[in-house]
Design a protein around this ligand. Sequence first.
Ligand code: UT7
Length: 327
Amino acid sequence: MIRAKISGVAGFVPEDRLTNEMLSQMVDTNDEWIFSRTGIKERRMLKGEGLGMSYMAEQAVRLLLEKTNTKPEEIDVVICTTITQDMLLPSVANLVCYRVGMTNAWGFDLQAACSGFLYGLETVTKFVESGKYKKAILISGDKMSSIIDYTDRNTCVIFGDGCGAVLVEPTEENVGIMDSKLYSDGSGWQYLHIKAGGSAKPSTMDTLMAGEQYVYQEGQKVYVNAIKNMADVAIEVMERNHLTADNIQWLVPHQANKRIIESTRERVGLPVEKVMVNIQNYGNTTNGTIPLCLWDYEKQLKKGDNIILASFGGGFTWGAIYLKWAY
Ligand code: UT7
């Protein structure tokens, strides 16, 4: 049986930082509120004329290819998960293939909000398991600063910019992506969405004046659903794979709020040292959180480690993936 394994991970976060202190000069907030309610200390901001999501994706992919000694022409397929494409068309995947010289690859963007990395990993896994694709790249990230209203304290303190990328290859060893369970419930759209700029409500001067190009979130509604569903799906995947707190090495939760991470950890029954957390440094980078955790913790991972990835976010979309680290 051919399995798909992650054989390399890389990331890119912009250099510019937006600290809680800086935010407290912009809106009515403070470091104590932000840190105690979300666990965030600072986030990264991509600045520079004309730089969009594809810029971060390109940097992450270049690093990934260099780290894994892979030539751009060896890549067969590229999937990018993001909610902040440079333009409505073409796709970020398409732009990155061109810029990096992945001339034998085709690719596309996939949109599942905060669960994008899991939806993308499921998709890329099936490509690789088919036997047809030998080297696939999954890019996940967002330039959230492009869709956040920096006068709205409910949303501007949470989000940041960043991007991760993984190389996925076939293996006949007993490592790699072992199991997954993904969910979506479109009735959750009303609690987290962008009101204008899509086909249902194209942008006009009125929508722009009303700020409808920015993220709208009813935080409490999303919070309650996240607390329940992220832990439920992680436990579902653990149970059917006979995984317990003892034989799991890492939980990698979507980094939306430290309190959601903490509650998921408690319900799953893991000690704090088995949970990847970097929300304090980057905030919520939406599609970027899980690969950026893998990137930050890569040196601590060992071949054969049992890892559970779990996410919940806009859509609603949520899920969990069980993988055995492959290197
Ligand atoms: O990754 C995508 C999925 N998104 C999520 O998972 C986000 C889930 N939701 C959350 O993480 C939390 O709901 C938030 C961090 C967004 C908000 O935290 P909360 O504890 O749910 O606060 P709240 O919205 O219930 O607001 C509590 C109070 C309110 O004041 P009053 O009405 O009690 O006087 C807010 O106006 O806190 C106020 N508030 C703030 N105060 C200072 C809201 N934002 C701020 C702020 N600084 N930035």
